[in-house]
Design a protein around this ligand. Structure first.
Ligand code: TXA
Ligand code: MG
Length: 349
């Protein structure tokens, strides 16, 4: 156990002192959780394999699950990747800083454990001022997965990080809630054709403007099936402790089916929670259910989703009922996260 220090830091103009303290810890091989525009990251010096190893230990993350590197300026890209295609620069020019991760060929500078031994490396340039300030202060590429215990919902606030990692990491920079709330979009540029390995903060439609015929690979495969395109992307990820029951179907039948299931689950003696968009939250009035209002727009829903899962876990529910949203824009990222949290099971109505 270590003593985890928490420093408040302004999300818009981060103070020098906490940033310096965090940069010192990173340089010394320690672990720092920090806000990004997507979710909180758990950072270590990406060029120090021992420091990177500590990330796996702190999170309880399997060594087969590779980690994304974070940069603050383009000049760092050639230090961590090689044979970089021109197209990567074009994409970076358009989407960095921001929630797009590119898979490139790994430079020998980068220790193998960052990428679970693969010859590739995942890289992104975050836009959150606290992340940028920290990356500048260290002047190092920083390896950072989401700052949650393995398979748990990603941390979107310093409180979530504390819940999962207190006593296991050195510093938490508390810069308020992460903005987008779901992780970056991951685009693999090492194959013949660019493929999206994880839908996320950059909508597919924005990438399709540049990459016609863009493929999204199904990462919802079990290890014994067709093999996993993005290692670490297994079933049961982003999961609350409670069983997540994911409904899908036409709006008119969705809520009645969820109501019915809620009653059935309660009848089985289970404590029931529900995640619903604002406009639908009154539709289950009168039932003994813990309802969390996800807000109205898909941007709001993304922002709140992981926090809402954690709230219901905190309330001690046994099951969480939720339905999918659109499959466009952020809706696709939401669907992906819900599907994984539900271990791939969909209740079609
Ligand atoms: O928004 C985000 O991407 C956040 C913030 C902190 O930047 N990070 C994040 O990291 O979501 P993490 O570790 O929770 O998810 C990283 C995923 C891995 O599970 C893996 O599937 C994929 O990125 N990945 C990383 N390196 C890869 C590689 N070399 N090849 C293929 N997939 C890779
Ligand atoms: Mg993660």
């Amino acid at each position: 156990m270590v003593v985890t220090r928490v420093f408040n830091v302004s999300p818009t103009s981060p103070e020098l002192e906490p940033i310096q303290a965090a940069a010192d810890v990173l340089r010394a091989g320690g672990l720092v959780a920090f806000p990004t525009e997507t979710v909180y990251g758990l950072g270590a010096n990406a060029l120090d394999s021992e420091a990177v190893g500590r990330i796996f230990t702190a999170k309880g993350r399997p060594a087969s699950d590779p980690i994304i590197l974070h940069l603050y300026q383009m000049a760092q890209l050639e230090l961590v990747a090689q044979d970089i295609p021109d197209f990567a620069y074009e994409l970076a020019g358009q989407f960095w800083p921001g929630p797009l991760t590119l898979i490139l060929s790994r430079h020998p500078n980068v220790p193998a454990n960052v990428s679970a031994g693969m010859p590739t490396v995942a890289v992104r340039m975050p836009s959150h001022p606290v992340a940028v300030a920290l990356l500048k202060a260290t002047n190092l590429p920083v390896a950072a997965p989401s700052a949650n215990r393995f398979a748990r919902p990603s941390a979107t606030s310093a409180d979530h990080v504390r819940q999962d990692l207190d006593g296991r990491i050195d510093i938490i920079l508390d810069g308020g809630a992460a903005v987008i709330g779901v992780e970056s979009t991951i685009l693999d540029l090492t194959k013949e054709q660019a493929v999206v390995l994880r839908p996320g903060g950059v909508p597919l439609e924005a990438l399709q403007d540049l990459i016609p015929n863009l493929q999204v690979v199904s990462k919802l495969l079990r290890e014994d099936e067709q093999g996993i395109e993005a290692p670490g992307m297994l079933y049961r990820h982003y999961s609350p402790r409670a069983e997540l029951r994911l409904f899908d179907g036409e709006n008119a039948v969705l809520i009645p089916a969820m109501r019915e299931d809620a009653i059935k689950q309660a009848g089985l003696g289970k404590k029931v929670g529900m995640l619903l968009p604002h406009d639908e939250s009154h539709l289950v009035d009168g039932l003994d259910i813990n309802v969390v209002d996800l807000g109205t727009t898909e941007a709001e829903i993304s922002h709140r989703l992981f926090d809402a899962m954690r709230q219901l876990d905190g309330a001690g529910v046994d099951v969480i009922l939720v339905h999918g949203f659109s499959r466009t824009g952020l809706g696709l990222a939401l669907w992906d996260r819900l599907l994984r949290a539900a271990e791939g099971r969909v209740i079609s109505v």
